[in-house]
Design a protein around this ligand. Structure first.
Ligand SMILES: NC(=O)C1=CN([C@@H]2O[C@H](COP(=O)(O)OP(=O)(O)OC[C@H]3O[C@@H](n4cnc5c(N)ncnc54)[C@H](OP(=O)(O)O)[C@@H]3O)[C@@H](O)[C@H]2O)C=CC1
Ligand SMILES: CC(=O)C(=O)O
Ligand SMILES: [Mg+2]
Length: 582
């Protein structure tokens, strides 16, 4: 019996009332209580454990064995019926953010059911848990905050990052997606509220790539924000200070990278996501020789766009080297894609990288990137400073360069104006237009604009989804050029091979694997990407090709190499179907 001092005497509760075993309820406000819990989920705690909870789908036998009698109404539902009921409820919400919140609540309540919904209804739910809705969710993250997801590591934890990692309940982590929130989609600096992005990306690792949820760790590094609106927002959830930069920033990042390696070992894949370009390129270069790192915005985007371009040759004709590429936006996505196209051209033609880059032109906020600007350009733009007179406006760059392919990676909406798109239509019978910026509000143009302004001749793909558009009696189906096609399968390939480093040839392998999945039926609709509905099959294919390349390059550590890598990828995938409990 507890007695004396601050310890609570429970005697009064023994006969009759609920026994306040650890004194939490009867502790006064100035007494300390201990957050006791038990380790094996059963009864009430089982219902509140999202990893094991099945809600009304617990069978009669499970209800008996796990002390659930009375805690649930009598009905027993199948997982399929639960799914049907939840999809019905979701469809009744008119506001996308409500659907997002309902999905996040489900993830926190019943993880397998969340993934079952996502896997079975991927085309319908991707825009909810991912772009565009996740963008709005990040903007309002403080206001809609309910339960924390992922791991928040702020400057307050400097010097203690390893301890913070140890607070995460899972030990065996395979993929980390980490952001510092400075360039969230095309929405800019959202500080700590960028957490929606790693959470969303990792839910796709599981749903689209089959990596088990317990092996996924979303992390936000809070180094402050320069977004004054957030700093003034009483509901902001992050540090209320301006961003750390320079040495303070790099020391913090270095402590984080070292702690991850120390805690999880060599083979955890660290995906950098939505860092601003002034940090992204340097971080990737600095850690790519010591860690298993992948920058989704630079490398994943490059791989998905190259896949679309390889596929588009079936519709456009010619080889990649026969085409001329013009980008609006010369940051992570733009220069990342440009570099991978040049690499593929150089491999196909045996030309040097320098020569291959000459087919590719980029425009940034100051105009066409040309040699006279070289001195003042950031290092990642310099290889693209070709000989040409300065051109300020995009439309004039289109007229001067005469691209066959126009790619938007500016993060600024409505920049492919009618004049620009029409100029592409004058130059090309089938202009290929990619408006990659996310979310939908930042798309360089809409699908409808692309088809209307080119009299239905455009081949169009965008970062965020658009509905099909009818033009002159023909239904045009826009493709979604989003790195979500690549990173889940790519990550799975890294995991099944035990790759210790990411090599650019693995990105090329992923592009080829994705392009191979486009069928004649897809081409007939003007599509250069396969539908997301088949994404698990696509991811297994990508994973197999990526893994095969890792083995070929001597980067794979899981030996011996499985004979059938597609089968190996498929059989490694997490299934969201409920398990039966003993
Ligand atoms: N579909 C997909 O899978 C992906 C889409 N994206 C999207 O791409 C966009 C850009 O991302 P990222 O490359 O990382 O961003 P960055 O900030 O690295 O690059 C943006 C680039 O756009 C240029 N730019 C900005 N405003 C204009 C303008 N008005 N006219 C011309 N150029 C302009 C910038 O010019 P300057 O250098 O002069 O400042 C910079 O070169 C985002 O919206 C993001 O959501 C990103 C990754 C994947
Ligand atoms: C898709 C993605 O990674 C982005 O827009 O940043
Ligand atoms: Mg991104």
């Amino acid at each position: 019996m507890m007695n004396g001092g601050d310890v609570v005497d429970n005697k009064a509760a023994v006969e009759g009332g609920v026994k306040d075993m650890y004194g939490e309820d009867s502790a006064t406000l100035n007494q300390l209580a201990t957050p006791w819990t038990i380790s094996v989920s059963s009864g009430y705690s089982l219902l509140r454990d999202p990893r094991h909870n099945k809600g009304l789908a617990f069978t009669e036998k499970e209800r008996d064995a796990h002390y659930l009698r009375g805690l649930l109404p009598p009905v027993v539902l199948s997982q399929e019926l639960q799914e049907k009921r939840l999809m019905n409820t979701l469809r009744q919400y008119q506001v996308p953010l409500q659907r997002y919140m309902a999905m996040m609540d489900l993830q926190e309540r019943n993880e397998r059911l969340f993934y079952k919904l996502l896997v079975d209804n991927v085309e319908e739910l991707l825009p909810v848990v991912y772009t565009p809705t996740v963008g709005e969710a990040c903007q309002k993250y403080g206001s809609i905050f309910r339960r924390p997801q992922g791991l928040y590591i702020s400057l307050k934890e400097k010097g203690k990052i390893l301890e913070v990692l140890k607070n995460w309940p899972e030990r065996s982590i395979q993929v980390i997606v980490v952001t510092d929130g400075e360039r969230i989609l095309g929405l800019g600096d959202l500080g700590c509220q960028g957490m929606g992005i790693p959470v969303g990306k990792l839910s796709l690792y599981t749903a689209l790539g089959g990596v088990r949820p317990s092996a996924c760790l979303p992390i936000t590094l809070d180094v402050g924000t320069n977004n004054q609106k957030l700093l003034d927002d009483e509901f902001y959830i992050g540090l209320r200070q301006r961003r750390a930069t320079g040495q303070e920033y790099s020391e913090f990042l270095h402590e984080f990278m070292s702690a991850v390696k120390q805690n999880y070992g060599e083979k955890v894949l660290i995906q950098f996501e939505d860092f601003a370009n002034h940090n992204a390129f340097d971080l990737l270069a600095k850690y790519s020789t010591t860690h298993l790192v992948f920058n989704d915005d630079i490398q994943g985007t490059a791989s998905v766009v190259l896949a679309g371009l390889i596929a588009s040759l079936k519709l456009l004709g010619g080889t990649l080297a026969d085409h001329t590429f013009l980008f609006l936006g010369a940051g992570e996505a733009g220069t990342g894609i440009a570099e991978l196209i040049a690499l593929e051209i150089s491999k196909q033609t045996n030309a040097s990288m320098e020569e291959s880059r000459k087919k590719i032109w980029l425009v940034d906020s100051k105009g066409l990137i040309v040699s006279s600007r070289k001195e003042s350009l950031q290092h990642f733009k310099q290889p693209w400073a070709h000989e040409h007179e300065p051109v300020k406006e995009l439309v004039n760059a289109v007229k001067a360069i005469k691209p066959t392919i126009l790619i938007g990676t500016s993060g600024v909406g409505k920049t492919f104006t009618k004049e620009v798109v029409k100029a592409m239509a004058v130059l090309n019978e089938k202009p290929l237009i990619m408006a990659l910026s996310n979310p939908t509000s930042q798309a360089e143009c809409t699908a409808e604009e692309a088809y209307t302004w080119t009299e239905g001749r455009a081949i169009f793909a965008s970062g965020s989804p658009f509905d099909p558009v009818e033009y002159n009696g023909k239904l045009n189906v826009p493709g979604q050029a989003n790195n979500a096609y690549i990173f889940p399968g790519f990550g799975l390939g890294v995991i099944i091979s035990g790759a210790i480093r990411v090599h650019e040839d693995m990105l090329l392998a992923a592009s080829e694997a994705l392009a191979e999945q486009v069928t004649q039926e897809n081409y007939d609709k003007g599509l250069i990407y396969p539908p997301f509905a088949n994404i698990r099959k696509i991811s297994a294919h990508i994973a197999a090709k990526v893994a095969a390349k890792a083995y070929e390059l001597g980067l794979a550590s899981r030996l011996p190499q499985p004979e059938d890598l597609v089968k190996c990828a498929e059989s490694s995938m997490y299934s969201p179907t409920y398990r039966t409990y003993r």
